[in-house]
Design a protein around this ligand. Structure first.
Ligand code: ADP
Ligand code: MG
Length: 433
C-alpha cells in the first residue's frame, strides 16, 4: 500500500492493542541502546578542543537524530498526534555550517537529555507495561502446557529453575488474571505517559513551533507564487496559440472577403464561412479557458452542483455524498473542485473502474474530500503530475492530499482543506458566488 502525503503530515500509525506490549519491549531495549549514543555524544563535545570531537559529532549527532526520529514516529502512534521534528535548517550548505547550526540548536541538546531520561524513566514505563502483559500471558497459558504435555517437558520452566506440579501451576491462574486486569487498565496509560514525556523533550518548543510554521508558510508561499506564475503562463500560451491565432485568421479572412466581395462573391462567401468557423472555434477555446480558470458551473451552482455535474460526465457510476453546511469561500471551493476533477479524471484515464464515489464533508473546521474508485490501483504522486499539482495547490491553503492506492485497487484520494465554520456562507439560493 502506498501512502503519500504532503510534507511530514501523514497521520501517525496507531498500534493495535495486542501489538503494544511487544512495541514496548522493543522500546525498552532501544532505551538502553540510547545510553551508548548519550555517552558518545557527551564525550565528543569536550573533544572538539582537540579536533577529534568534530568528526565524532558529525557521525554521532545524525545517529541521535535518526534514533530520535524513529522514536518520534513510533511514539506518535501512542499519542494519536504527530511529534514534529524541531530541528533548525542550516542557512547555508557546508559541513561546518551544519555543525555550527546543529550545536547551537536547542533541539540537539534536548535530544541528548531525552536519551538519558528515556534510559531511566522510558525504560521503566515500557518494561512495566510489557512485563504486565507477558507475565499475565505466561501465568494464564503455562498451567495448560503443564497439564496437556507429558511429565517433565513443561513442569521445569527456565531450565529447571522452578519446579511446578499442575496444581501449583493452576494456582497461578488468578495471578495471571490479576496481571492481565492491571495491564488492560494501565498498560496503555504507561506507554502514553512515556510518549508524553518524550514529546516534551523531542517535540518542538513554542518558539521552535513558530519557526517551523514560518518555514512552512514561506515554502507554501513560494509554491503558490510558482503555481500562479505557471498558471499565468499557461493562460498566456493558450490565448496566444488558440484564440489569438484564430482571431488573426478571422481578421485576415474578413479582410480578403472584403476585397473580393465585388470581384468574386463566391470566393468571398467561402472566406466568410471560414471566418465564421474560426470565430466559433475561438469562442469555444475561450470558453474552455474560462472553465479552466473558474468554471461557471461552480459560480452558479456551488461546489455541490459543480461536483454532481462533474460526476455526470464520467463514463461509470459515481456516487456523490455532499454534506457541508453552507458554501466555502470561493478559493477553497475552487481548489476543492479542481482537486476532485483531477482525481476523477485520473479514475477515468487510468483506473478501469466500474464505480467511483465522492464524499465531501465538513468536520473539525476542515473540508474533508474523498474520491475513490474500484479500479486497478497503483496511483502515485509524481513531481510534474496532476496529483502533485493538486497537492501543491492544497498546500497553499495548508491542506493535505493522501493517496492510498495498493496495486489491484481500490484507489482512494483523501484531501483535507482548512475551512472555518464561520467562513461558510449560508446562502438560500446558490446563484451568487
Ligand atoms: N485512479 C487511479 N487508478 C490507477 N492509477 C492511477 C489513478 N490515478 C493516478 N494513477 C496513476 O498515477 C500516476 C500519476 O497521476 P497524476 O499525478 O494525476 O499524473 P498525470 O498527470 O499523468 O495524470 C498516473 O500516471 C497513473 O499511472
Ligand atoms: Mg492526472
Amino acid at each position: 500500500m502506498t501512502t503519500i502525503q504532503t510534507a511530514a503530515k501523514a497521520p501517525p500509525v496507531r498500534f493495535p492493542r495486542v501489538a503494544q506490549p511487544f512495541v514496548a519491549l522493543g522500546l525498552a531495549v532501544l532505551a538502553e541502546i540510547g545510553i551508548a549514543f548519550f555517552v558518545l555524544n557527551v564525550v565528543s563535545v569536550p573533544l572538539i578542543a582537540v579536533w577529534v570531537g568534530i568528526p565524532m559529532l558529525l557521525v554521532f549527532v545524525p545517529c541521535v537524530r535518526w534514533f530520535a526520529n524513529c522514536h518520534r514516529t513510533i511514539l506518535s502512534g501512542f499519542l494519536g498526534v504527530r511529534i514534529e521534528r524541531p530541528y533548525r535548517k542550516p542557512p547555508m550548505p557546508g559541513v561546518l555550517m551544519w555543525l555550527r547550526t546543529t550545536l547551537s540548536d536547542p533541539a540537539t541538546w534536548r535530544d541528548i537529555a531525552w536519551l538519558l531520561v528515556n534510559a531511566v524513566i522510558g525504560f521503566t514505563l515500557n518494561l512495566l507495561s510489557a512485563v504486565l502483559f507477558l507475565a499475565s500471558l505466561f501465568y494464564l497459558i503455562y498451567p495448560f502446557l503443564v497439564w496437556v504435555t507429558p511429565d517433565g517437558v513443561f513442569d521445569r520452566p527456565f531450565g529447571g529453575l522452578f519446579q511446578l506440579n499442575p496444581v501449583t501451576a493452576f494456582a497461578m491462574v488468578p495471578l495471571g488474571l490479576v496481571a492481565f486486569l492491571i495491564w488492560s487498565a494501565s498498560g496503555e496509560r504507561l506507554l502514553r505517559a512515556n510518549a508524553y514525556l518524550a514529546k516534551s523533550l523531542l517535540g518542538p518548543t513554542e518558539s521552535a513551533q513558530l519557526a517551523i510554521r514560518v518555514r512552512e508558510l514561506a515554502e507554501s508561499r513560494a509554491e503558490t507564487v510558482d503555481t500562479q506564475a505557471a498558471e499565468l503562463r499557461r493562460i498566456e500560451r493558450d490565448l496566444h496559440d488558440g484564440a489569438q491565432a484564430r482571431l488573426a485568421a478571422l481578421s485576415m479572412n474578413l479582410g480578403m472577403a472584403e476585397e473580393m466581395v465585388a470581384r468574386d462573391p463566391k470566393q468571398a462567401a467561402a472566406l466568410l464561412t471560414e471566418a465564421r468557423e474560426s470565430a466559433s472555434t475561438a469562442l469555444s477555446e475561450l470558453r474552455d479557458l474560462v472553465r479552466g480558470i473558474h468554471p461557471p458551473v461552480l459560480a452558479d451552482r456551488g461546489l455541490d452542483g459543480a461536483i454532481k455535474a462533474l460526476a455526470l460526465t464520467c463514463p461509470f457510476k459515481v456516487d456523490v455524498m455532499y454534506d457541508v453546511p453552507g458554501r466555502p469561500p470561493a478559493p477553497v471551493e475552487s481548489a476543492a473542485y479542481f482537486a476532485v476533477a483531477e482525481a476523477l479524471a485520473n479514475a477515468v484515464k487510468y483506473s478501469a473502474a466500474t464505480n467511483a464515489w465522492i464524499q465531501i464533508t465538513h468536520e473539525d473546521e476542515r473540508l474533508h474530500i474523498l474520491v475513490g474508485d474500484d479500479g486497478v490501483g497503483g496511483a502515485t504522486v509524481t513531481p510534474g503530475g496532476g496529483l502533485y499539482g493538486i497537492q501543491r495547490r492544497l498546500a497553499a491553503f495548508d491542506g493535505t492530499l493522501t493517496v492510498v492506492s495498493p496495486t489491484g485497487g481500490p484507489t482512494t484520494v483523501i484531501m483535507e482543506l482548512p475551512c472555518e465554520s464561520s467562513s461558510l456562507k449560508i446562502t438560500p439560493s446558490s446563484g451568487t458566488a
